[in-house]
Design a protein around this ligand. Sequence first.
Ligand code: HPA
Length: 267
Amino acid sequence: MSKSVELAGLIRAQAGQEPVKYGLILGSGLGHIAGAVDGVAIPYDKLAGFPHAGVSGHNPVLAVGNLEGQRVAVFGGRAHYYENGNPNEMRLPLEVLKALGAEAVILTNAAGSLRADMPTGSIMALSDHVNFSGLNPLIGEKTDARFVPMGDAHDPELRAKLRAAAEAEGVDLHEGVYAWYSGPSFETPAEIRAMRTLGVDATGMSTVPEVILARFLGLKTMAVSAITNMAAGMSDEAIGHEHTKAMAPLGAAKLEQVLRRMLRDAG
Ligand code: HPA
């Protein structure tokens, strides 16, 4: 039996047999949403092979149960490439999500804005991404399934539902292109200028490897950024992890409101 099927069995034994519809992977400062799930919360360290997800501001539990009438699996923390140089760290959690029956994964992250009209506290749905890192979690994958088309990676239908939920809640939702920067150092102002030339609207250190892995596994994806700062060189605002954690709740509150509405209306 594969590791993911084994873990899914262990999770079902605790959380019940009903298949999960959506997975949620939560970014810096957003981990508390895992606590809102009516169900069971399993610490990552009880799930053999799950990443350590030790970055402060994350909540490394897998919560499976009900959120706004939908059966969900919420990953309260993620592993990042910059923690140990492995872009494939989230593969097992995503495989487990697939084995639990999910059709889509919703990813959230904290990001820096490259747009003056998208200040700290904004939220942005990803219409597409730029893999600025050049890394890929599927390098080394042996089968032809590794040649994953990415044209529709950021699912337009899910995004339309998110947009409708934001409108219904009266929350301003931006849409734009996210770039994956490896981190853990932040970008230089020159790198931000380069990204702007490439058509990037927001930048962060996660999400893209997970989108690639999710598409490889046949999961739909939708991703949303909480803007925690203006990107390097764009303002006098501080840039740093403490600042990210301090500012994440601004966008996180909007994000939670819109995601809850989307789940409630999903039928
Ligand atoms: N750059 C990269 N990652 C980030 C940023 C940023 O400005 N803000 C939050 N995560």
